[in-house]
Design a protein around this ligand. Sequence first.
Ligand code: CTP
Length: 220
Amino acid sequence: DFAGQTVLLTAGPTVEDADPARFISNRSTGRMGAALAKIAARRGARVIFVHGPMSWPVPQAPAIRAIAVRSAEEMCNAVLAEIPHASVAILCAAVADYTPVAYSREKIKKGTAATFSLQLKRTPDILATVGALDQKPFLVGFAAETQDLTANAAAKLRQKHCDMLCANDITEPGCGFAVPTNRLTVLFADGRREDLPLLAKEEVAAKVLDLVRREMNSSQ
Ligand code: CTP
């Protein structure tokens, strides 16, 4: 049911380098994005899989074109280059919100001070950038929350101009990073919501794609 569609996915963490030895990143493995890529390809889509350094295998299939990036800025550039080809974009990467202001080419020495501060600057918000495009694909965001899930997720959906937003509480057992399952609350731009049960990430991916298909059909 995705034949003829090109699905652009982002997945995994981004890595923001501070010096040749150190970086800032997060606990994302890329498993949810990998599941979405695999199921979308199985259902007939061409998949553009833009991913940060993953600790889960990058999915391999003839219909999947993987583009490896490292930082949020690189991920943003790759997504903006590919977005004109996409009819659907599902951005589930755990993109770093901040990156070091400067990269030190030499290893930063610890010196004698008891505390150390690293100055950070904002990265581009990829989902919001795509949401602001005139010509945009059917746009799905994700939200990782630890409190006020529905209110925070609804604000992200609105502010980033998504058609659909999949929210999960990363403190809930069986949800979030480095676990095989997830439980999503899916919000739609017109205020509807659907609560999915706790499922294996591949089953979650299938449900998300079912909802994307249904919403795209109903808006045609
Ligand atoms: N996202 C993105 N670019 C960023 C930050 C986030 O594209 N620089 C996307 C994520 O891929 C996800 C959505 O925005 O689809 C929400 O990400 P999340 O980390 O939950 O929220 P933030 O917008 O970063 O807000 P906060 O960290 O304040 O909760």
